[in-house]
Design a binder for this molecule. Structure first.
Ligand code: 13P
Ligand code: ZN
Length: 275
């Protein structure tokens, strides 16, 4: 099968296009990765090349050794992925030590995988381990309301989780484990990848202060839906804060506990503090 005919590739392209239309991907902002299933890579093997050199990942991901990933290209625009996928995204193979990668398909006009490849692969490695292989998607975007909140809220997991949960009743059902926050760091390297993958051990959402958000999930729909839900709640919070009078009423800690019982989720008590 041709790579572009594969369902996982079509799902990947659709997410890029949907994200662009949400205004989360100015210029080359944001990146996406997908850990390809063995049967999926087998189905497109005839369409892969083998002449590209091995390159260092910039970190070590031994638990992903020998696996294949579909990722966006560095400096490439989400806006262009649907129009010209083979020039903007690529399939990479990770070597047997989990330290190098090589391009097996795509980026036909040149380029390399996203500069956030260390973060993507380290997050995918953590998620593979703790979800028994279920999670396959890591998505990074620059949604404006979430980023705006990093200028006014304390950069603490408890505060971000609680303030965002309070904005929409469904939030704690969609991400009951909460949200992690990383203070400002230089993007694109191993240090921010380590910090983010530490948060991914506890959460499906990590916010980078003054930069953007990372979400992880089982498939494209649930990962996009998670980003969408957090950003929608952040949008409401920005409106509430902008109205300037504070909250007259809100969802209380006891309301959250009642919700948890009926929706059969566990909500950590550290997010349900008295204000
Ligand atoms: P890339 O173009 O290298 O993916 O970088 C975009 C980005 O959002 C960096 O955080
Ligand atoms: Zn970014």
């Amino acid at each position: 099968m041709k790579v572009l005919d594969a369902e996982f590739v079509q799902g990947f392209i659709r997410l890029c296009d949907d994200g662009f239309h949400q205004n989360w991907h100015e210029r080359n902002g944001g990146n996406l990765s997908y850990r390809i299933k063995p049967e999926e890579i087998e189905s497109v093997m005839d369409d892969l090349n083998e002449d590209k050199p091995w390159q260092p990942i910039g970190t070590s991901v031994p638990d992903l050794a020998g696996e294949y990933f579909l990722v966006t290209g560095s400096g490439k625009y989400f806006q262009n992925v649907k129009r010209e996928p083979e020039a903007n995204i690529c399939i990479i193979e990770v070597d047997e030590r989990g330290e190098n990668y090589r391009i097996r398909w795509g980026l036909v006009k040149g380029g390399r995988p996203t500069s956030e490849l260390p973060s993507h692969l380290m997050n995918l490695e953590v998620k593979k381990k703790i979800t028994n292989g279920r999670y396959r998607v890591v998505y990074h975007a620059h949604p404006a309301n979430t980023v705006a909140l990093t200028f006014v809220l304390p950069l603490e997991d408890e505060v971000f989780t609680r303030e965002i949960w309070e904005m929409m009743t469904e939030c704690p059902v969609v991400f009951p484990d909460g949200i992690g926050v990383v203070g400002w760091m230089v993007p694109g390297g191993r240090d921010i990848a380590v910090a983010t993958s530490e948060l991914m051990k506890k959460y499906d959402v990590a916010i980078w202060a003054h930069h953007g958000m990372f979400c992880s999930g089982e498939d494209f729909d649930s990962t996009f839906g998670l980003m969408h839900t957090v950003e929608k709640a952040a949008d409401i919070l920005v409106k509430v804060l902008s109205m300037g009078q504070g909250k007259r009423q809100t969802i209380t800690p006891q309301n959250f506990r009642d919700l948890a019982v009926d929706f059969k989720v566990t909500l950590p008590e550290r997010f349900l503090y008295e204000k």
